[in-house]
Design a protein around this ligand. Structure first.
Ligand code: HSE
Length: 316
């Protein structure tokens, strides 16, 4: 059975969960990218179109996260046929929602499906990482959850170094993205290169408390532990407009805490009830509105499934 076209979806993701810089991440069930792959007479990977990016992303496949990941899958499979990609961005760029990772993951999953799925999803991790690395560095805290779904502990860049953590049933986020872009490279450049032993102990302890709270399913202690970051948030705070005001407004509306999503500027308020999260969403929007800033806000839970094939078309 030869497949002529395959379309794949990869969800948004939230890296760090506050205190767990580069080692914790989760997939979100609101928003994602879609890539459609089909055979082409042009050798290698070509990008036929990108929609939803306002013309900002490169059509050059060697500079585009989806193109790089797609090429890597072709290389892994030792296939030298040409593939053409159509990319539909459902996520804002440089927003802290794993937009570049979602494109890389959707590109890899679509090409794998086009090839007749020779690889299991976890085997696509290296290809996805190669794509993501072009934009935001070689770390798996967005790519891993977007590919595999759920909440992950990330201890390295190979499939056996990713560990699925329990997803508390009531966990839900109010997520707000102000209309400013914070490129990951810039947000990483402001981080300290060394921390004191005392700081290391604090940060490790609270990251462990996040993992413990995920196991017990208790949302309030989870939020408190997530918020306990004393390394990354203080260094990045100046890049996130109105962070303190958003945290105060979110808590006043019933959230248990608020953290930066990934490298920002998206902020995520931690809640245990959808109706409350919706009130928090409105409160967060009001903060940006008062500041004269545009924003996009949503309520999202953890996406358990991760990336998947939406459709395939059989040749002939
Ligand atoms: N852990 C990464 C960071 C996520 O915060 O820089 C963004 O790629």
């Amino acid at each position: 059975m030869l497949i002529s076209r395959a379309e794949a979806y990869a969800p948004a993701s939230m890296a760090n969960l506050g205190v767990g810089f580069d080692i914790l991440g989760l997939a979100l069930d609101s928003g994602g990218d879609t890539v459609c792959a089909e055979w082409s007479d042009t050798p290698g990977v070509t990008i036929a179109s990108i929609t939803g990016d306002d013309g900002r992303l490169p059509l050059d496949p060697t500079k585009n996260t989806a193109g790089i990941a797609a090429l890597a899958v072709l290389r892994m499979a030792d296939v030298d046929r040409g593939v053409s990609l159509r990319i539909t961005k459902g996520l804002p760029l440089a927003s802290g929602l794993g937009s570049s990772a979602a494109s890389a993951v959707a590109g890899a999953v679509a090409v794998n499906a086009l090839l007749g799925s020779p690889f299991q999803r976890s085997e696509l991790l290296a290809a996805c990482l190669e794509g993501e690395a072009a934009v935001s560095g070689y770390h798996a805290d967005n790519v891993g959850p977007s590919l595999l779904g759920g909440i992950l502990l990330i201890t390295g860049v190979t499939p056996d170094s990713l560990f699925a953590l329990p997803v508390p049933e009531r966990l839900v986020f109010a997520i707000v993205t102000p209309g400013v872009a914070v490129p990951t490279a810039e947000a990483r450049a402001v981080l300290p290169q060394t921390v004191s032993l005392k700081t290391m102990v604090h940060q490790t302890a609270y990251a462990a408390r996040v993992v413990d709270a995920l196991h017990t399913g208790a949302i309030r202690p989870l939020a408190a532990a997530m918020e306990a970051d004393i390394v990354v948030e203080p260094a990045r705070k100046h890049l996130m407009p109105r962070l303190d005001a958003c945290r105060a407004a979110a808590k006043a509306a019933g959230a248990y805490g608020l953290v930066i999503s990934g490298a920002g500027p998206t902020l995520a308020a931690i809640c245990d009830d959808r109706a409350v999260a919706d009130r928090v969403r409105v409160a967060l929007m009001a903060v940006y509105d008062e500041a004269g800033l545009t924003c996009d806000a949503r309520v999202a839970s953890v996406h358990g499934r991760g990336a998947h094939v939406l459709s395939t078309q059989i040749e002939g």
